[in-house]
Write a protein that binds this ligand. Structure first.
Ligand code: PLP
Length: 382
């Protein structure tokens, strides 16, 4: 038997998914696990989103759509930019994608060639590194050290060492929750443009910031590629639906690649997602609960000797320094799951160098679960 294995298949596993699988295995055995490991809302999609999907299912014919998405959804997304950011975006520059994950594939394939150097922050969302590595892109991880987020100085220093072709950042970020303030974001985007570095801004955690209003990188340059999704604020992870806002020159290349990779995003999810922008009342109530959980964890985690390693500005994550308890966050996370029945994500996912010192707690669950999880950890540590 001949089995061919590519080097690309050797990418780092997504450890959070491994922790989730272990938590699910324990749950199936009847163990009352509280999962703070995976970044997904515990609420269902908004009622009107589900109603639109139910109606479409009654009609029944769910088919391919235009590769760049249903005209109605592209228009609704453009209207969202006008309503939320006061920015005019042509629907023609919007590509609907199978979650933001597909948008990363499309952006990387359309923007970069193998061997191009593209910078990301460490810690950062692991799929950036893993997808780029699988595509043969040279991933330049910029260690943030004590900085909460990537800024223009980081980019200049990395570019000086060896020229960069692109940079990708998220604000609010995963795993840190840090938000890049508007003035720093503007300097970052303008510096990248001046240096000839293409910008990808992952805005998947927009509408989930607890202090400053959202600022899109699009406000500072039309050559920015923005990636966003219905997964987080809109509580639609399993619907696998997201979008990109593209500079004009990238629209056709992305369309050509998407035609062959995906044909189209799922029509049922697109029909439903049109309704998501009208569900603000319901979604703000969900966000209100995250804010309540955040207040709790901001107090309880440091009390349990998990000092915050980054400000909890947005998203639904607390990123903590665990060195008062361990020098191996992976082993610590496994033991916490086995003994205290609380799942959290070891920092290794987000930072291959310094991740043994950190852990991420997602607070997208119910408030009661958060209270109980902190009590369990406290008992366990004692
Ligand atoms: C920063 C960031 N970007 C993108 C994604 C992928 O989201 P999706 O493919 O569901 O849109 C995630 C998921 O956790 C994330 O944290």
């Amino acid at each position: 038997m001949v089995v061919s294995l590519s080097r690309r298949g050797n990418v780092e596993p997504f450890h959070a998914m491994d922790v989730l699988a272990e938590a699910n295995r324990l749950k199936a055995q009847g163990v009352p696990v509280i999962s703070m490991a995976v970044g997904q809302p515990s609420d269902p999609a908004p009622a009107r989103v589900r109603a639109a999907a139910a109606e479409a299912l009654q009609v029944g014919r769910i088919g391919y759509t235009d590769t760049l998405g249903l005209a109605g959804l592209r228009k609704a997304i453009a209207a969202h930019y006008a309503d939320h950011y006061r920015l005019e975006v042509e629907p023609a520059r919007i590509a609907v994608t199978t979650g933001s994950s597909a948008a990363f594939n499309l952006a990387f394939l359309a923007m970069f060639d193998p061997g191009d150097r593209v910078a990301i922050a460490a810690p950062g969302y692991p799929a950036y590194r893993n997808i780029m590595a699988a595509l043969g892109i040279d991933v330049v991880e910029i260690a943030l050290g004590d900085a909460a987020y990537l800024h223009a100085g980081h980019l200049e220093a990395a570019h000086r060492e060896k020229p960069l072709k692109g940079v990708l950042f998220a604000s609010p970020a995963n795993p840190t929750g840090a938000v890049i303030p508007a003035d720093e974001l503007s300097t970052l985007v303008e510096t990248a443009e001046a240096l000839g570095i293409a910008v990808i801004s992952d805005e998947i955690y927009h509408r989930l910031a607890y202090g400053a209003p959202d600022t899109t990188a699009l406000a500072f340059g039309n050559s920015v590629t923005v990636i966003n999704s219905f997964s987080k604020y809109y509580c639609m992870t399993g619907w696998r639906i997201g979008w990109m806002v593209l500079p004009e020159a990238l629209v056709r290349p992305v369309e050509r690649i998407a035609q062959s990779l995906y044909i189209s995003p799922p029509e049922l999810s697109q029909i439903a997602a049109i309704e998501a922008f009208a569900a603000t009342e319901e979604l703000e109530a969900v966000k209100g609960r995250y804010a309540w959980n955040r207040e709790l964890l901001m107090k309880r985690l440091p009390e349990l000797s998990f000092p915050l390693a980054a400000p909890m500005d947005g998203a639904f994550y607390a990123f903590c320094d665990v060195t008062r308890h361990t020098n191996d966050s992976m082993a610590f996370a496994r033991k916490m799951l086995a003994d205290a029945h609380v799942a959290a994500t070891p920092g290794r996912d987000f930072d291959t160098q310094a991740g043994h010192r950190t852990m991420r707690f997602s607070y997208a669950g119910s408030h009661d679960d958060m209270v109980e999880a902190m009590a369990r950890i406290e008992r366990w540590l004692r």
